[in-house]
Ligand binder design. Structure first.
Ligand code: TSJ
Length: 650
């Protein structure tokens, strides 16, 4: 904690509070307040508390937030703000700090929230965390005094507010332990908290976040002097950039904008991460639309004014966004904040669109006029994208109009196609090795399952040029087979398969092949990944069997838990064999365990968090073979659902 030297605390009166429903409601329907009662909901308890400290820092009070995971799986959060007010609220006769932790108050004067950063309703945060904890201990450093109060057993006040000492520090310390009767798990994950705090730190420059894990003696600090610029630098670390990141910061009509963006030559996607009041807007919305129109107008106007385009042509928005990485962070006052749809994933505030559009247009136009060399290189790059787009469209039209279309449908002699033309239902299995490919071919349901065997390891497509990727026979075949193009010209609606399923051995090599394929899909067919059509097949690890009077009973097991159950079910005299690879299964075994939709297990790949992707790709694709092997061995658990892989089908 620091000495009391920042702004003098304002005159706070806890006068107008709307008392709504309290603790009871939260305990009855926790998911309504924190989203779920699984691991994600558990971590929400932390975000709700941290958000208060973030708001205080954003208001200019305190620049250090410390989160500690204790040995008993409790969490403490400490800030260096003004300290939660402790004066008595007239209507209820209770101290303000007690109300903060026990009521679903509305925002306003009662909280420091100018911007509602909480993902839930206003003012729910601290109360939700308290209601769902076995204890919640609050210490306030304020007015040169130390105050303390404590709740137990789902928010019951056991130690009313008391003065316990004097201090020259100011701030708030909250320690809580989640209630195990509410949550399916109470184990906090280092990775999850790490990612969240790092993201907060990128968005809130010059505020230090410290994460301490007393269980494993780990400590990490996140501090970004230049916030979004460093965020961009991290995302583009291994790419070939065109110029340095462009950073814009401004205000219009009480809407604060912070935007950073950069182009890269060896990237064929657009990666736009947008936020409203520090919460990621995954589905974009008005601020993203405004940003896109702003840069499109600026680039087209510059190109036209400087005679850089062929007469009467214009660049399309997608040509101008190929290889673009952007972060858009808006802070919008509560009363102007609107979302589209049910979740908070899409910003609706109409004003945000015009404001961002005009702001980006005028500032980027100025930037282009001041940085001519950059501008000319950028236009060249956009023209190249435009030409590639036009060529791709032409090729497609020619194919469509030509009579040969039918015969050309046999794209590769390696592919065993489906009989059905029901593209949505069809599945493409990408299989490691020719022998497993053979089993898959005989075992599959030929009506709707196609098989494409891979020879050896696929090319590592991280930081590879488009030309080199296209010259790779394996990937060229894959692109043709899927039939929906690649890069900026990839079109989900053209996919010939509803599911793309990667099927590899359950060993280190298999994990590596998976990663190489995921990298390819992530770099060149990103909408396929984001739409949830990419899967990883899970072959079983064990076969438990027994033969009695020429009759065999058997069970497959995917993990140790299954194995224990299978042993019991098969009964005395069982034998266990371990599958070392797909090749050890005959076609009917492969069908039954790994391909038949009625009995297989599939993992759906869902990559949403840019940090997780960035970190994994750089470790897995990097030059340090030792680090990679270690990471794979420690982290690639074929039996668990981790963050690469989000959902288990069935
Ligand atoms: F520490 C923490 F991050 F866990 C945490 C900090 C948790 C919670 C529930 C609240 C806070 C918090 C609240 N930090 N700082 C504040 N500030 C106020 O509540 C505050 C302080 C002074 C005044 C004033 O007008 O004087 C107004 C407010 C709202």
């Amino acid at each position: 904690m620091v000495e009391n030297n920042k702004k003098v605390p304002g005159s706070y009166t806890a006068a107008d509070i709307d008392l709504l429903e309290g603790i009871e409601g939260i305990r009855k329907r926790p998911a309504m307040y924190i989203g779920s009662t699984n691991s994600s909901g558990l971590h929400h308890l932390i975000w709700e508390i941290v958000d208060n400290g973030v708001d205080e820092a954003m208001a200019g009070f305190g620049d250090l937030i410390t989160v500690t995971i204790h040995k008993d799986n409790s969490i403490s959060v400490l800030d260096e703000g003004r300290g939660i007010p402790v004066d008595i609220h007239k209507k209820t006769g209770m101290p303000a700090v007690q109300l903060i932790f026990t009521t679903l108050h509305s925002g306003g004067k009662f909280s420091s929230r100018v911007y509602s950063t909480s993902a839930g309703l206003h003012g729910v945060g601290a109360t939700a965390t308290n209601a769902l904890s076995t204890y919640c201990d609050v210490t306030v450093y304020r007015n040169n005094k130390i105050y303390h109060l404590r709740f137990e057993n789902g928010g019951k006040l056991v130690t009313p507010l008391e003065e316990i000492g004097t201090t020259r520090k100011h701030g708030t310390l909250v320690r809580f332990k989640p209630d195990p009767t509410i949550f399916s798990t109470t184990e906090f994950k280092w990775e999850t908290i790490y990612n969240h705090l790092q993201e907060e730190a990128y968005l809130l420059k010059k505020v230090r976040f410290v994460l301490i894990d007393e269980r494993q003696n780990l400590r990490e600090e996140f501090y970004y002097e230049n916030g979004l610029v460093e965020y961009i630098n991290t995302l583009n670390k291994d790419k070939k950039p065109l110029g340095s990141p462009i950073y814009l910061e401004g205000v219009d009509n009480k809407i604060q904008m912070e935007i950073a963006f950069q182009y890269c030559y060896d990237d064929y996607n657009e990666s736009i991460y947008s936020y409203a009041n520090n919460v990621r807007t995954r589905d974009g919305g008005t601020h993203e639309i405004g940003f896109k129109s702003g840069i499109t107008r600026a680039v087209n106007d510059f190109a036209t004014d400087n005679n850089l385009l062929k007469a009467k042509t214009k660049l399309e928005g997608s040509d101008i966004r190929e290889g673009l990485t952007a972060i858009i962070s808006l802070r919008i006052p509560e009363e102007k904040l609107e979302y589209e749809g049910q979740t908070k994933g899409k910003l609706g505030t109409p004003e945000a669109q015009t404001i961002v559009n005009n702001y980006v247009y005028s500032n980027f136009s100025y930037y282009l006029s001041e940085n001519k060399e950059f501008a000319i290189n950028l236009i060249k790059k956009c023209v190249a994208s435009s030409e590639a787009r036009i060529a791709a469209r032409k090729a497609k039209e020619e194919l469509r109009s030509s009579k040969k279309q039918k015969s050309e449908m046999i794209i590769s002699d390696k592919l065993t196609p489906t009989q059905s033309k029901n593209y949505a239902r069809n599945e493409l299995f990408i299989v490691e090795g020719e022998s497993a490919g053979g089993s898959a071919r005989s075992g599959r349901d030929g009506m709707f399952q196609a098989v494409l065997p891979l020879r050896g390891k696929p090319l590592n497509t991280d930081s590879v040029t488009l030309d080199r990727m296209l010259k790779n026979e394996e990937f060229a075949t894959l692109i043709n087979t899927i039939g929906a193009g690649y890069g900026q010209n990839f079109n989900l609606d053209d996919m010939k398969y509803g599911k793309i399923i990667i099927m590899t051995d359950a060993d280190t090599d298999g994990a590596h092949i998976q990663t190489l394929l995921l990298t390819f899909f992530y770099n060149f067919m990103r909408p396929l990944v984001l739409s949830g059509r990419l899967y990883v097949a899970m072959p079983p690890l064990y076969l438990v069997s027994k033969e009695v009077n020429h009759k065999e009973t058997f069970k497959y097991a995917w993990n140790d838990e299954d194995l224990a159950k299978a042993k019991v079910e098969v009964g005395r005299g069982y034998s266990v064999s371990r599958f070392k690879g797909l090749g050890e299964m005959n076609p009917s075994q492969l069908w039954m365990t790994t391909m038949n939709p009625a009995s297989r297990r599939l993992l759906r790949v869902g990559i949403e968090d840019p940090f997780v992707v960035e970190r994994r790709i750089s470790i897995l694709m990097g030059k340090d073979v030792g680090a990679r092997r270690k990471w794979v061995e420690e982290n690639v658990d074929f039996n668990s659902v981790d963050d690469f892989v989000k959902e288990v089908e069935k």
